[in-house]
Design a protein around this ligand. Structure first.
Ligand SMILES: [Fe+2]
Length: 383
């Protein structure tokens, strides 16, 4: 059930309860004169888990998916963001989506979460000659998510969801179309309410995994909308970039690094590629020696960190701060020796590549963390 604040925003129960308590406390502190000291009441935090490319189906590393799903649930997030590619099934041109896949999605990715925002991936849409093993499960998955805010957006799966202190927006990749005409106004409105803005796509606007130059299209369009964070999937790995501005005419990438990964709102857009939900790992193009798909040096300069690992990202969002923590999730050596997590494991290139979980115990550990603050004056002193 949706709950709305006085400003009309959708609020999870915990957020609403705390906001009510905060309001009462404000009243008490304010006294007859109605003056409240700024910061006297801290608002509750919205907890959001993001995962992509989950290992459901026979063409994936299912133990990795089970470990990630368990680790996400242990964090008890209010919202689940799925960045697309739910199922990897083995048949060519499947005629329907088997009930067992949808049952597992309901159990692991729907039932535990109050709010669910899902992005359609190429493996979820109906099969076609270029993608004959696509599952076609999207028709069964889409009704399982939280309905988008009205009015409807133009593309399949596109839309916005205003939840607590954030606006989430899904932008389609099949095909990608500049979302500015339907999204810019909604972002302006969200900013006027002081909300954070998080965009979600399946295909990354920027990646070193398999580089396709989008500096003149998606990367430019999306960065110009000035969201705080862009999450994408598709690549079966983890990448996090420094905050980026709009690419220059020669493809230059304006970057704002911070040694402690503490940023201010407005430093640029943080891009995170998160496709570590159990799909088999694929080496980065440069590791495979694929020169055409290897990103140019300026893209590597913008990259903060990357890894081949099962993982998820936890966002903790309140009015002041967006804190992102990436958890590496290891299924354990026994699981890896039974079901190989590598894509095409016989490829000789694997002999030179160490997976992030190699030699590490089973379980979830913090791998990466960054934060964005909405208090520039205070942050400039901390940096
Ligand atoms: Fe995928």
């Amino acid at each position: 059930m949706k709950q709305r604040s006085r400003a009309g925003r959708m609020l999870p129960g915990r957020w609403k309860k705390f906001a009510g308590f905060a309001g009462l406390l404000c009243g008490l502190l304010a006294g007859p004169g109605g003056l409240v000291q700024a910061g006297a009441v801290e608002e509750a935090t919205l907890r959001v888990a993001a995962v992509g490319d989950t290992g459901i189906g026979e063409r994936a590393f299912h133990p990795g998916f089970l470990a990630v799903a368990k680790a996400i649930q242990a964090e008890r997030p209010d919202v689940l963001l799925h960045l697309g590619d739910f199922v990897y099934q083995p048949d060519l041109f499947p005629e329907n989506c088997p009930a067992r896949y949808l049952d597992e999605i309901r159990r692991a990715l729907v039932a535990p979460f109050r709010y669910r925002i899902f992005v359609p991936g190429d493996n979820d849409l109906p099969p076609e000659p270029r993608k004959p093993k696509a599952s076609g499960c999207w028709a069964g998955i889409a009704p399982l998510m939280t309905p988008a805010d009205p009015p409807a957006a133009p593309g399949e799966g596109e839309g916005t969801w205003e939840i607590g202190p954030a606006l989430f927006a899904v932008v389609g990749s099949f095909p990608y179309r500049d979302p500015t005409p339907w999204l810019a106004g909604r972002i302006r409105q969200a900013r006027s309410l002081g909300l954070w803005v998080v965009l979600l796509l399946h295909e990354p606007p920027l990646t070193t995994a398999w580089f396709i130059d989008k500096r003149e299209e998606a990367l430019k369009d999306l960065n110009a909308l000035e969201p705080d964070l862009i999450l994408s999937g598709n690549q079966h790995s983890y990448e996090r970039f420094h905050p980026l501005g709009v690419p220059g005419p020669g493809g230059e990438l304006p970057v704002t690094p911070s040694p402690r990964s503490i940023y201010n709102r407005g430093d640029g857009v943080v891009h995170v590629v998160s496709g570590g939900g159990g799909a088999t790992f694929k080496p980065f193009a440069d590791q495979q020696g694929k020169q055409k798909q290897t990103a140019p040096p300026e893209v590597f300069k913008a990259l903060h960190t990357r890894a081949l690992m099962n993982h998820f990202v936890l966002l903790e969002i309140n009015r002041e701060t967006l804190l992102a923590t990436t958890y590496r999730v290891c299924a354990g050596e026994a699981a890896e020796s039974k079901d190989n997590p590598r894509w095409r494991p016989a490829m000789p290139v694997w002999e030179k590549i160490t997976l992030e979980c190699s030699g590490k115990p089973k379980g979830a550990e913090v791998f990466d963390r960054f934060e964005i603050h909405n208090r520039p004056e205070k942050l400039s002193e901390e940096k």
